[in-house]
Design a protein around this ligand. Structure first.
Ligand SMILES: [Zn+2]
Length: 142
């Protein structure tokens, strides 16, 4: 992990090292589409990516585009300024994508009024670009 160098307001974001295994996820937002690993044999989605399908044990997995829409499965609001360059409060959430029950991403909710936070809140992906990396964040679906 290396710190972002894209500007003072985003300098808090720690970015992944890209590998052949994770590149499809972290760069997929370049065209506005959130891609997740999907088994080409049985269609099961999975995240985080694995080498084998947990349903049918196939190793035939590929990156497939999602609708980028889901629901807040759980969340917490961080009020503690752990890092002085990160403005508080911020929201850490588990978002379950519509494509499959249990297909969840850990993310931040943005552009969100804290009073509107709720389990089940409908959200859509937005991407925060850092060079070739597009961090998937979510905002309330309007
Ligand atoms: Zn499978």
């Amino acid at each position: 992990m290396t710190p972002s160098d894209t500007g003072p307001e985003l300098s808090h974001r720690f970015l992944p090292d890209l590998t052949d295994f994770n590149r499809g996820f972290w760069t997929s937002g370049s065209d506005g589409v959130l891609r997740v690993r999907r088994c080409t044999a049985c269609g099961t989605w999975q995240h985080p990516p694995r080498v084998m399908c947990p349903q049918c044990r196939s190793r035939q997995l590929d990156w497939a585009g999602t609708a980028g829409v889901g629901s807040v499965y759980s969340y917490t609001v961080n009020w503690r300024p752990w890092n002085p360059v990160v403005p508080v409060p911020y929201v850490i959430a588990l978002v379950e994508l519509d494509e499959q029950a249990g297909l969840r991403l850990t993310t931040n909710l943005v552009n969100c009024d804290l009073s509107s936070l709720a389990i089940g809140l409908r959200v859509e992906v937005v991407f925060e670009a850092h060079g070739e990396i597009y961090v998937p964040l979510f905002q309330p679906l309007i």
